[in-house]
Design a protein around this ligand. Structure first.
Ligand code: PLP
Length: 641
């Protein structure tokens, strides 16, 4: 990619380069002075708040980077957008039922997120979905009477009892039966407690969807009833005199479904199930179509697994019109539509912010003016290519230099070349590669042999974060999140880099980036200036990342703050959560911090006895050790001072 020269660079170039207008969905922009901003609509037009200002406010409150930032307004606006879009679609298509959204809490169960969903979601009677007993308990504590509660997943006796009591308390709590074996326990507990359940049946639709979660749909999907099981279960409910409990039909085609045509096919099939069950006299009122509403992480509106080829309004119209058309054929009353949109609700609200600690550059150092006479002929030949690098044929010059470099490494292994000669030869190779790359930047077409040259010379920027803790999907499923610097955006980003995290793991890296012109293995970044903070943001990462993260290398939770942006462009820090300390992380692994301290104390006491350290040194060491236990797990730049 050609980067304009430093003096011609403008903020608009950064907007165009990083693709913020494509993936940002209007929520992010860049200010005149080159800072990434979060944009919130207000009665006076859009309000823009600079992310570096929010970072500063967090740091002043003692929350160092890395920092997980939640913008509450963005969560609210997503809830509003989804609900208003369904309202409009219902009006436009003449749908006779209404929409009742449900938030599947597995997507982000953090208290701050759930409480904001509860507070703002009240405007739209937003319900919750639980997939386990622990999640059910969060839902029960947060929903109000009359609230819609969908219980998916395996349900033991305690789960069922809690759900039945919830019905008695006035919640619309549905047990979604995923397998025929669940029914007997529901009958038994219902009889024992004298509470009639609300029952939903999850069906397997045969229509398959693309994307990363294609296995969620189709005959071999893990969850849901086959058609034969479905009809048998309906018959059983009828026999038991409990058909009136069966009010909901459920299906979940998959998460992040990129293609609207596949959604339409799945919804049509689910609607056909609904129609025929209703025709048989099953008193259904709700059609729950699960999750799947995709987020356009790469902003190109395509059927790529990280994108989607539809807008939210089209998704809503697709659901309402497909259900309507299918049910109208048999004059079935239109049900309440439920969707369980997880990522589309919470992805936009969170940004991971981290600082760069260091950079590795693949550049020659101390190139020799001339070579010693005793130099090996291969090193001499490498020197000649270096001198001719401006004229040699690009591919030929590169291939020859690469082959010399590899032969020189062999010779070193065989003891035929010494360390200094190898260093000189490798420096020369880097110099040649750099020269050729500069020529590549000016040529229009990249010869295929040289595709990897850019990548092999890219810098490595070391970031103060853990992929495994904060962005596990980038490692586990190759998820791409938009990444860009949050300041210096009025300057040309003249370096190309991949990003390495703090873990000692080669998988702990970001090397797949989205820019306006597509996917790239490197990200354009600004030259790192030691001693100056350089902060990158990972956007759209509010879904699935937090609870799925792990403690690899014992990097724990980062600091977290939530902010609310006000109409006057000020912002309030509404919640603060300090990241894990080292002793908290150790306690998770069953190390008792006080035993730990005692063990260390007795070791250094022994060292005093043996005369290895004096008592003053012992005291200093002990206090450092204790201080460290209470420190956070990430790189603490204050330790440098
Ligand atoms: N509902 C169910 C049953 C799910 O399994 C999932 C996730 O896979 C969701 C809803 C959320 O899906 P999404 O995040 O795509 O909206």
């Amino acid at each position: 990619m050609n980067i304009k020269s430093l003096k011609d660079w403008s903020v608009q170039d950064s907007v165009d380069l990083y693709g913020i207008e494509q993936w940002g969905a209007g929520n992010f922009a860049i200010s005149e002075d080159g800072k990434a901003t979060v944009s919130i609509p207000s009665s006076q037009g859009d309000i823009h708040v600079a992310l570096p200002e929010i970072v500063k406010a967090a740091q002043e409150r003692g929350h160092a980077l890395p920092l997980l930032l939640r913008i509450e307004n963005l969560l609210d606006s997503r809830i509003k957008l989804i609900n208003e879009s369904f309202r409009e679609a219902i009006q436009e298509t003449g749908y006779q039922g209404h929409y009742n959204g449900v938030y599947p809490i597995k997507v982000n169960q953090q208290k701050a997120v759930i409480e904001e969903i509860k507070r703002y979601g009240k405007n739209y009677s937003l319900g919750l979905e639980a997939g386990s007993k622990a999640e059910l308990m969060i839902c029960l504590a947060n929903l109000d009477e009359g609230g819609l509660l969908i219980c998916n997943g395996y349900k033991d006796r305690e789960f069922i009892d809690l759900g039945l009591w919830a019905v008695k308390l006035g919640y619309r709590c549905f047990f979604v039966v995923e397998s025929p074996s669940e029914l007997p326990l529901i009958f038994e507990r219902s009889q024992a407690l004298g509470i009639k359940p609300f029952i939903g049946l999850r069906i397997k639709v045969s229509a398959k969807v693309g994307g990363l979660w294609t296995e969620t749909s189709g005959d071999r999907s893990s969850f849901g009833l086959s058609t034969a099981q479905l009809t048998a279960t309906v018959d059983e409910l009828r026999r038991e005199g409990m058909l009136d409990c069966l009010q909901l039909l459920h299906c979940h085609l998959g998460s992040q479904i990129p293609d609207i045509r596949e959604i339409r096919a799945g919804v049509r099939e689910a609607s056909r199930f609904y129609t025929d069950l209703a025709t048989e006299g099953v008193p259904l009122h709700y059609l729950d179509l699960g999750g799947g509403l995709a987020v356009d992480y790469i902003g190109n509106q395509s059927t790529h697994s990280h994108s989607r080829n539809y807008q939210l309004s089209e998704y809503c119209r697709c659901l309402t019109s497909t259900i309507k058309e299918t049910l109208d054929q048999k004059k079935i009353p239109h049900p309440i539509i439920i969707t369980e949109s997880g990522r589309a609700t919470v992805a936009h609200t969170s940004i991971l912010l981290f600082d760069i600690l260091d950079v590795m550059r693949y550049e020659p150092q101390n190139l020799p003016e001339c070579l010693p006479e005793s130099s090996h002929p291969l090193v001499v030949r490498q020197y000649q290519i270096h001198c001719e690098a401006k004229q040699v044929d690009l591919v030929e010059g590169y291939n020859e230099a690469l082959s010399h470099r590899d032969q020189i490494r062999h010779l070193f292994r065989d003891g035929k070349i010494n360390l200094r000669e190898r260093a000189t030869a490798e420096n020369l190779f880097l110099a040649i590669a750099q020269e050729l790359r500069e020529r590549l930047d000016q040529s229009r077409q990249l010869p295929p042999e040289l595709l990897e040259l850019q990548q092999s010379l890219a810098d490595i920027y070391y970031g103060n974060f853990s992929v495994f803790q904060s962005l596990p999907d980038t490692w586990a499923i190759g998820q791409i999140f938009p990444v860009m610097p949050i300041h210096r955006l009025q300057e040309a980003p003249t370096r190309q880099a991949s990003i390495s995290d703090l873990t000692c793991d080669c998988d702990g890296k970001l090397d797949h980036f989205i820019l306006a012109d597509g996917e790239h293995p490197t990200l354009p970044l600004h030259p790192f200036k030691p001693g100056e903070e350089y902060i990158l943001g990972v956007f759209l990462m509010g879904a699935y990342q937090e609870t799925m993260g792990d403690l690899h290398n014992l990097f724990g939770d980062t600091n977290v703050i939530s902010v609310r942006i006000n109409e006057d462009s000020s912002f309030d820090v509404t919640r603060e959560q300090s990241g894990d300390t080292i002793s908290e992380v150790l306690a998770i692994l069953e190390y008792n911090p006080s035993t730990f301290q005692d063990n260390f104390r007795s070791k250094i006491e022994k060292a005093v006895k043996l005369g290895k350290i004096n008592v003053a040194e012992r005291q200093m060491l002990l206090s450092r050790f204790n201080h460290c236990l209470n420190d956070h797990t990430y790189f603490n730049t204050n330790n440098l001072n």
